[in-house]
Design a protein around this ligand. Structure first.
Ligand SMILES: [Zn+2]
Length: 408
């Protein structure tokens, strides 16, 4: 048992070190081996052996000699842009978003379609497959360059089988997403919960690159959470951890799609924020929100609320502040329970972070214990509404770097 733990840790450390080297090259290339050692703090022997693995796998390449600083001129390294392309796909509750990137994680092609959660499952899945085929076509005529597709879905996922077990807001159960896409595309397919996927994206490519313990909050139609502890996504016994949106915050509160009442999600999801704005606008007809939606309260959207707030509308600011307080209550619970270094506001939340953060910070100050609070930062996602699709790209990178040997 002990040995298994040790092996597991070494695999994780190697994977993290490989991703650190790739990220250094992604942000600052070309670099020599000794510059990589300086930047990463890893010793030169470790850097040389990791670099050799990445060279053997064709993920990086040597690009000539750098400037000499008195000694021998060093061989410079860069990512190999031809190492392959990756598809990131998000099946949201009311949209499908997809990107194609190169190995640098630069977006080469993208598409987004709105969907209606009342449409039947096959219609939505077929549209997702059609978009994935478009992405494959955008990668080149034969799709040979594709390293894989990473898919985020809004619900509980058995990530080993790639089956979506339950998506409350879509009302889907037991959908074999991985099998469906594997037979349609013939490339490696990885599927996980949308918030987990986005968390992995921040870990590999975003603001959590140097953070081993953090929580990603994804507010959209629902509220999901991706929990990374000790550098790894925390799944719990069955892989279902992170359903923080269904923590009870109000004992007899509003009915949630999961069947429980007063879930955190019923207070801070996109729908909850819009409902709060509709109520506020009804009693404050002078609000800019009413003007922006031309008196059609059902037309109020998150962007209407943010626009009104940005123009100094007090009603909109209050709506977001109240949302920030409810966010702060849940985040304070998470800080006390998990002592993370970072909490990332993602999804819709990241778009309104400027207005939410002051109330969140104040509530955390009031409600969390001083010790875990001292070391926590609350930040908006680096990718906004692209967090999940970028996470899909990270899901594929994660699989590649976990392989015992990178050479194919
Ligand atoms: Zn719930």
């Amino acid at each position: 048992m002990k040995k298994a733990f040790r092996t597991g840790d070494q695999t994780l450390i190697r994977e993290i070190n490989l991703s650190i080297i790739l990220n250094c090259l992604r942000s600052t290339a070309p670099l020599s081996r000794s510059q990589l050692a300086q930047m990463t703090g890893l010793n030169k022997t470790t850097v040389s052996s990791l670099v050799k693995e990445l060279l053997d796998g064709g993920f990086i390449k040597e690009v000539g000699l750098g400037n000499s600083h008195g000694g021998r001129r060093a061989v410079m390294l860069d990512l190999n842009p031809n190492a392959g392309n990756i598809i990131g796909l998000e099946i949201g509750v009311d949209f499908i978003s997809i990107i194609l990137t190169d190995f640098r994680a630069r977006i080469l092609w993208r598409s987004k379609r709105e969907t209606d959660p009342t449409q039947n499952q096959d219609t939505i899945l077929n549209l997702a497959i059609e978009l994935a085929r478009d992405a494959r076509a955008a990668a080149g005529p034969d799709g040979d360059s594709l390293l894989g597709i990473g898919i985020g879905v809004p619900g509980l996922v058995d990530s080993s089988s790639g089956v979506l077990l339950f998506a409350p807001n879509l009302r889907w159960r037991d959908v074999p997403i991985k099998d469906v896409f594997t037979s349609e595309l013939g490339i490696p397919v990885f599927v996980d919960n949308d918030a987990n996927v986005a968390a992995l994206g921040e870990r590999y490519l975003g603001i959590a690159q140097n953070t081993e313990d953090f929580i990603y909050l994804a507010a959209g139609a629902g509220l999901g959470g991706g929990i990374v502890l000790g550098g790894k996504l925390y799944g719990g016994v069955g892989g279902y951890a992170g359903e923080i949106g269904h923590m009870t915050i109000v004992e007899n509160g509003e009915l949630c799609n999961c069947g429980n009442r007063g879930c955190w999600e019923t207070l801070v999801s996109q729908r909850a924020i819009i409902k709060r704005a509709q109520r506020a606008a009804e009693s404050h007809r002078e609000s800019r929100i009413v003007e922006l939606c031309k008196g059609q309260m059902e037309q109020i959207s998150i962007s209407t609320i943010i626009q009104a707030a940005s123009e100094g509308d007090e009603t909109a600011e209050r709506v977001l502040e109240e949302t920030g307080v409810y966010l702060g209550v849940g985040i304070a619970n998470l800080i006390n329970a998990l002592n993370p270094a970072l909490v990332i506001l993602g999804g819709v939340l990241s778009l309104a972070s400027e207005y939410l953060l002051p109330a969140i910070e104040r509530t955390i100050e009031e409600r969390s214990l001083a010790w875990p609070r001292q070391t926590v930062r609350i930040m908006a996602s680096s990718y906004g509404s692209d967090a999940c699709v970028m996470g899909g790209v990270a899901l594929v990178l994660h699989d590649i770097l976990r392989r015992p040997t990178l050479a194919t």
